[in-house]
Unconditional design. Sequence first.
Length: 216
Amino acid sequence: MKIIDLRTMRGPSYWSVKHHKLIVMKVDLQDLADTWSNSVPALAEQLPKLLPELAQPQTGDLDKSSTKNPPLTEEQLADGEPLGYVILQVALALQRTAGMPVIWGKSYPAHQEGVDFVVFCYQEERAGRVAAEAAVHIVEDLCKGQPVDLKPIIEELHEIREEEFFGPSTYSIVAEAASRNIPYIQLKNSNIIQLGYGVNQKRIWATTTSYTSHAG
């Protein structure tokens, strides 16, 4: 397998107007293009054991559409799922295992034969990109009977979360914004959070807002 393109979406996009933080990955399945999970016994046998979060039902207020995005179980893998769908579920489960609760994703066939679009949510941008690349390698290694060690991947994702997760004061503001359906993004290479888009956007730095001369 090979990742042809890997993009980060911030805000409403062609892929979703509801989910604003997305990884969009274009994957060439190459020699595994016509392969489904039921033709690779190792996927059903090993993947749920390596990544227990994969089969855990997701509930709560994080995403009201959780019932529309069920977990990936051993039975589903044995019955047969496209590899693009397996990749996106692995990418989501890796992030959840590292403490980032994300559950939405979709996979689509691209116009090129043997190529899939894999689209899924991220909480921290760097973590989403790492999870995307790792998911492709994990699924490919299992399909080809190679050993898989998830520990260093989970540790890397957890370190990213600890480095980039909001502090308590910033989190309280962001959580309140999210509860009011106000979109937010963290500006690249900074601790500044942007609330809203376009002419309605405001920015905060910890508890300092763009209304102050200090933040301005």
